[in-house]
Ligand binder design. Structure first.
Ligand code: KIV
Length: 322
């Protein structure tokens, strides 16, 4: 893979002579309706650092989300609520450096946009300027429609997020499926319409029944991206550590493991421990060439003082130079 460094630094990649163009917001919108080959579903995944970003980009993922799920995945918290805007900007910046093709979405964390539309615009601006994001995502429906509208008017593309909105975990009474019953379904439908009308270019649907997700998908003109919302959505998103089988402990029903890298990692670490203890690592292959002859550099007489100020004896002092 050869990188083409355009004026903006990371806009095109060359794979064996084929130029892969950056995925843009208009491209993503158009995927709902499709081009010459019909609609093409959008593959989105989370990433929180440069190394993971390189891997997902190389795999051909369309959208990379730096989710506030980093609070739980990276920081070990039990909810996303404590995550700050500065932390989001830091992780977005790292991920941006690893992406060539995929579109980068940054999550607005709890209380960085709910206070007012003006606060929402400022926070979105920070993720674009400091986090090098190409769009932002925020949770909520009708109650944040005005906030979405103002961010979009400021020139920042927005992804909505309705259904289970983890920042409201306490108000919802836990991480529970949403949109059950007529009232629950009506709320999800009304939220989807409000977010579309406010100008979002896509909506994440989290943890809602698949028939309701299908209804939302056919009702709105922008792509829906499901997580625990069935197969009818225009795209899917998963948390990278769930997808790779790196996460330990309880997994949500929708989190399909496409690999078991957690077990592979534990095995590799255990083998490292065993080889360090046995002396099998490092072998000659992992060591520098030994000196051919004894060091011929003139030995300098050095006087070294211990931290107590007294002079250390000569052999120890000379050892410090090798
Ligand atoms: O924070 C996150 O990772 C998310 C996805 C689960 C959609 O919001």
């Amino acid at each position: 893979m050869e990188e083409w460094t355009g004026p903006a630094g990371r806009y095109q990649l060359m794979y064996g002579g084929n130029t892969l163009k950056k995925v843009t917001v208009p491209d993503l919108r158009a995927r709902k309706w499709g081009g010459p080959h019909g609609p093409q579903r959008i593959a989105m995944v989370t990433a929180y650092d440069y190394t993971m970003a390189r891997l997902v980009d190389e795999a051909g993922v369309d959208m990379v989300l730096v989710g506030d799920s980093l609070g739980m995945v990276v920081q070990g918290l039990s909810t996303t609520i404590p995550v700050t805007l500065d932390e989001m900007a830091y992780h977005c910046r790292a991920v941006a450096r690893g992406l060539g093709r995929a579109h980068l979405v940054g999550d607005l964390p709890f209380m960085s946009y709910q206070v007012s539309p003006a606060q929402a615009v400022e926070s979105a601006g920070k993720l674009m300027k400091e986090g090098a994001c190409e769009s932002v995502k925020l949770e909520g429906g009708q109650e944040v429609a005005e906030h979405v509208h103002r961010i979009v008017r400021a020139g920042v593309p927005v992804v909505g997020h309705i259904g289970l909105t983890p920042q409201s975990v306490h108000a919802l009474g836990g991480f529970k499926v949403q949109g059950r019953g007529a009232e629950g379904a009506d709320k999800v439908l009304a939220d989807a319409v409000a977010i579309e009308q406010a100008g979002a270019f896509a909506i994440v649907l989290e943890a809602i029944p698949p028939d309701l997700a299908a209804q939302v998908t056919s009702m709105v003109s922008i792509p829906t991206i499901g997580i625990g919302a069935g197969a009818a959505c225009d795209g899917q998103v998963l948390v990278c550590t769930d997808l790779l089988g790196l996460a330990r402990g309880h997994q949500p029903k929708f989190a399909k493991r496409f690999a078991d890298l957690g077990t592979a990692a534990v095995d590799a670490f255990a083998q490292y421990v065993a080889e360090v203890r046995s002396g099998a690592f490092p072998a000659a292959a992992h060591s520098y060439k030994p000196n051919a002859a004894p060091a011929s550099a003139p030995q300098r007489a050095v006087v070294v003082h211990s931290s107590y100020g007294d002079e250390l004896d000569a052999p120890l002092a000379l050892d410090l130079w090798h």
